[in-house]
Design a protein around this ligand. Sequence first.
Ligand SMILES: Cc1c2[nH]c(c1CCC(=O)O)Cc1[nH]c(c(CCC(=O)O)c1C)Cc1[nH]c(c(CCC(=O)O)c1C)Cc1[nH]c(c(CCC(=O)O)c1C)C2
Length: 336
Amino acid sequence: MRQAGRYLPEFKAMRAEHDFFKVCQTPELACEITLQPIRRFELDAAIIFSDILVIPQALGLEVIMVPGKGPTFPDPINTPEDLKRLNESVDVSTSLKYVFDAITLTRHKLEGKVPLIGFAGAPWTLMGYCIEGGGSPTHAKSKRWLYAHPEESHRFLSILTRVIIDYLIQQVLAGAQLLQVFDSNAERLGYDTFMTFALPYLQQIASGVKEGLKQKGVQLVPMIVFAKGANYALKELSEIGYDVVQLSWTVRPEQARHETTDVTLQGNLDPCAMYASPDRIGELVLQMLKEFGTQKLIANLGHGVYPDFNPDHVKAFIDAVHHHSEQLNSLSEDNS
Ligand SMILES: Cc1c2[nH]c(c1CCC(=O)O)Cc1[nH]c(c(CCC(=O)O)c1C)Cc1[nH]c(c(CCC(=O)O)c1C)Cc1[nH]c(c(CCC(=O)O)c1C)C2
């Protein structure tokens, strides 16, 4: 959940010297940034430093990081005709080799201390960025495609799905021990559009990655799905082959437990809770752990950290998770 980026002074110092995508493309730098939060905090896992937009880049689209604005496509996909611009036969093993090298290097440097998470953007979210040309408050341009060009939308989503599956398989071969798929723009969809244009592709990714790893004789890794804000489809999300469902802060833990079957949940404290005092953060963590229960839970925020978070408050969150979960676990052992 963006644990490395933006709010850490050591990250800001690195970014003052290097362009964002240059850092992603330089394994030594990406590895160093991945390790920064691990050195500072008692985290239980590391997430490789990269971005979901490296896939559109691999497909041939230009993406630049504009200071104060975020990732920007100077020449986005406007019409179905523009799909011809995509390099559909891209070989990710060469074009995204820098990610795999960063993963392998980071695995070595972690020396088994914590597992390393790899990730990719989901098809709907990546399609959204390619069409909007960057972030958007409504996603009206990309949603327009779903209604005005449904067939071409499916074609676009299928192209992305194939590349994502290949990319995730190769992350595991390079050393990733868990995989997270980010459908951050799911919150823009409703039940029907999500079931038509997002869920089937998320399902194909889970089954495609597992099948691909089996064929290569490689041990499967747990997979996490994050369809941000898709609280209308929690049941469905828990039934499409992922081991973990990440939740945004907009759903009650009790409701999520009730609606999902047999998956681990991940989340879901409001990231803005990091603006509270460290003591208050501790209370909120305890409440969250009580509501979820400490088993089948990966305690986390409900979305990524913001640039102006105080690292001491992030530390308060992480330490409170360990402290309160140990206490709750020992209480339940005493009772059994
Ligand atoms: C997992 C991850 C992501 N980005 C980054 C990581 C690396 C992990 C880490 O920082 O610890 C670095 C990562 N990516 C970015 C930054 C900030 C760049 C900087 O230093 O200026 C960092 C640290 C840039 C970025 N990249 C993106 C945005 C959002 C733009 C928008 O919609 O308005 C932004 C601002 C796209 C993006 N990127 C990502 C997502 C999915 C998660 C989420 O919903 O937050 C999304 C939607 C995923």
